[in-house]
Design a protein around this ligand. Structure first.
Ligand code: ZN
Length: 65
């Protein structure tokens, strides 16, 4: 019945600790959302020598002139 209680229970942004915004939940801003997403991706796709290797391993594709 009290809006104050609701505000006090508002969740905080897991990145910076500020009160989160509904449109960016559970973060406070797009910046924090992107930051978290980026961190998540770099953690999951931290597989060196997988796709990057493709760029280096193409010596047979040398053009014949
Ligand atoms: Zn934040």
């Amino acid at each position: 019945m009290t809006e104050h209680a609701d505000i006090a229970r508002v969740k905080r942004c897991p990145i910076c600790g500020k009160p989160r915004q509904v449109r960016f939940r559970p973060f406070c801003s797009k910046r924090c959302a992107d930051l978290d997403l980026h961190r998540w991706f770099s953690g999951v796709y931290a597989v060196p020598g997988t796709e990057v290797e493709e760029e280096e391993s193409a010596p047979k594709a040398a053009r014949e002139d």
